[in-house]
Design a protein. Structure first.
Length: 86
């Protein structure tokens, strides 16, 4: 699932178990901050409370992992379904 981040940039959800997730982001986020993004064409806001952020070697992208917050059951189901289909 690709997300358009609030404040510019993008993120791709690379893995999730429904409670935590990892994003491939176009910009860094410090631990403790919250990544906020919306899926393409949707009003649903996906939020990740950052635990760790590491720059990917040789790229301008960042691996950001943390805990999903404020997701409805429907959002969680869409997120997990998008990962199962990829």
């Amino acid at each position: 699932m690709k997300l358009a981040l609030d404040g510019g940039g993008d993120a791709i959800v690379t893995r999730s178990d429904g409670a935590s997730a990892a994003f491939d982001c176009s910009k860094p986020f410090p631990p403790g901050s919250t990544v906020r993004g919306r899926a393409n064409g949707a009003d649903d806001l996906y939020q990740l409370k950052v635990r760790n952020c590491i720059r990917k070697p040789g790229t301008e992208r960042f691996d950001v992992d943390g805990r999903l917050v404020n997701l409805s059951k429907a959002q969680r189901a869409r997120l997990l379904a998008s990962l199962a289909g990829s």
